[in-house]
Design a protein around this ligand. Structure first.
Ligand code: GLN
Length: 536
């Protein structure tokens, strides 16, 4: 087994996550068994409590971990599901160390970053491995950040152990100075020095750049940073993110890694056929449709990363290019919002938290319902559809969610207990905010002659959840009388999972997050069906 560590230098947002995911995809395409994990230096225990404005989407795994959005890239590129044990933060490491200290596990020792914190990091790196050929670890942040030092120290120690085979890939940025007409390698040299300060010599340097990198720059980086010339890999911008694996392979990333670790790459041939046929499909998209996504975190596109990817996957499958029109429901109100929706072929209201911006979302749902525009509600989007229908079709004027307003008609209410495995999970209004939602994959049972059943083509599905509130079952019959069906329920029949309209072209709300399971090589059926109906 080989450990591959991926660090970043010079600047953040270079696309280290996609590069790591692409490397994993390339190794898988050479038939290796791969695991890919994320180490984040921030002090939050997990990203569950972080604002999507700051940190982008919170990605949820099958086993209920709230993780960094990079795990979404890993799943999409490798087509394999991540686990709770694939993501860790400094916060989690420190909280483990501190709780061990309280229990007296350290037998009176003075607790220090080295060795206690670094040992905890090393034990995470070694934990839960299943005889993979490669375990890839992406280190979040940028080398030189104060928080990442313990991670670098742990990596230094691992690399110092002669029994362990490892490689370190450092991703940097080569800026182009237009007034000098030159690419500059100095920031890369400095960031490698930063790594050397931590006792780490990189084996491969990936150079992100907006311009093709000339031989002279490659030679310079090789010389100053002490890596072989063929281990300086240009990493230029791609047309589509799904182009990245083949592009990086063309630049020699996987070859150079295999060579470094003593493999003959010709004994492990690369099969990128599925990726090439995906790229061909993307190229052949004949028309374009516009989907309105009505949310409140629309300023930072990363807040809806899996969602925009899933819409794109649905488009690829239907040979249409999906253009997303981001509509901020906090800023646009009433008529302005409605007129923004008019040129859209479908409306999607995604997940979200809190009362801000919900009126606009409800207006958008009402518009979709009345004018027969395909509508897709996800989690909060489904809950708001339930509220809209209750208020305007069932005439329950004060219908609301207790998340926003406590009325006598809480069609959406706090879920105080539910079954997970063999045990009952309990929550109350005063529970901690972090890690206390209904999280991870749960099964739902679909009604046989429903639209949702025809989309999945099976009765028992499993989808990922992340929410605190739930549709109140006692209102179900009122909805049924007006042509709305809760066509998917939790297997015990207690929790509504899917709402669909019987008389509308395509009006579906789901309590779960199907976008988390959509993959380019395996698009999610709900997104395929939604886009198909928007295209009609
Ligand atoms: N805020 C809602 C809840 O907690 C919906 C959450 C979501 O959309 N992920 O139930």
């Amino acid at each position: 087994m080989h450990f591959v560590f991926i660090t970043g230098g010079v600047a953040s947002s270079l696309g280290k996550g996609i590069a790591s995911a692409s490397l994993a995809a390339l190794l898988k395409s050479r038939n290796f068994k791969v695991r890919i994990r994320k180490l984040d230096p921030y002090l939050n225990v997990d990203p569950g409590t972080m604002s999507p404005y700051q940190h982008g989407e919170v990605y949820v795994t099958d086993d209920g971990a709230e993780t960094d959005l990079d795990l979404g890239h890993y799943e999409r590129f490798t087509n394999q599901s991540s686990k709770k044990s694939d993501s860790i933060s400094s916060g989690k490491i420190y909280s483990t160390v501190l709780s061990k200290e309280r229990k007296g596990d350290y037998l009176g020792a003075t607790i220090q970053v080295i060795p206690h914190v670094t040992n905890e990091i090393k034990s995470f790196i070694n934990s839960d491995l299943k005889k993979e050929d490669f375990a890839i670890y992406e280190i979040g942040g940028t080398v030189g950040d104060i928080e990442s030092l313990p991670f670098l120290e742990a990596i230094r120690q691992i690399r110092n152990d002669k029994k362990i085979s490892s490689a370190l890939i450092h991703m940097t940025y080569i800026p182009y100075l237009s007034f000098a007409g030159e690419l500059k390698t100095k920031p890369t040299q400095h960031s490698v020095k930063e790594l050397l300060n931590a006792g780490i010599q990189p084996d491969i340097i990936m150079c992100r750049s907006e311009k093709p990198i000339d031989q002279e720059s490659i030679t310079k980086i090789s010389l100053f940073c002490n890596v072989k010339k063929d281990s300086v890999i240009p990493a230029l911008n791609a047309n589509s993110i799904y182009d990245v694996p083949s592009l990086y392979s063309k630049y020699g990333l996987d070859e150079s890694l295999l060579k470094h670790l003593g493999y003959k790459s010709k004994n492990h041939p690369l099969d990128l056929k599925p990726w090439y046929s995906l790229l061909k499909k993307i190229k052949n998209q004949k028309s374009q449709i516009k989907i309105a996504v009505v949310g409140k975190y629309t300023n930072l596109k990363d807040s809806y990363k899996s969602l925009s990817e899933a819409l794109m996957h649905g488009g690829i499958e239907n040979s249409v290019n999906v253009k997303i029109k981001w509509i901020n429901s906090e800023k646009l109100k009433k008529q302005k919002l409605i007129s923004a929706l008019k040129d859209c072929d479908g409306i999607l209201v995604p997940g979200g938290f809190g009362a801000r911006g919900i009126e606009g979302k409800i207006d958008a749902i009402k518009y979709a319902r009345k004018y027969n525009v395909p509508f897709f509600g996800i989690c909060l989007g489904m809950q708001l559809a339930v509220i809209e229908i209750a208020q305007n079709v069932l005439n329950i004027k004060d219908a609301n969610s207790s998340e926003f307003n406590q009325t006598s008609n809480s069609v959406i209410g706090l879920m105080t207990e539910w079954i997970k495995g063999n045990k009952v999970e309990k929550r109350s209004k005063n529970s901690n905010k972090g890690g206390t939602m209904r999280l991870g994959s749960y099964k739902a049972k679909l009604k046989r002659n429903s639209k949702i059943y025809s989309i999945y083509n099976k009765q028992l599905i499993s989808e990922r959840h992340r929410h605190r509130y739930e549709v109140n079952k006692k209102f179900i019959s009122k909805f049924n009388n007006k042509g709305y069906d809760f066509s998917g329920m939790s297997p015990d029949g207690l929790l509504p999972e899917v709402l669909e309209s019987k008389n509308h072209k395509w009006f579906i709300g789901v309590q779960y997050h199907p976008e988390l399971k959509s993959r380019p090589l395996k698009p999610h059926p709900l997104f395929v069906s939604f886009i198909k109906n928007c295209k009609k």
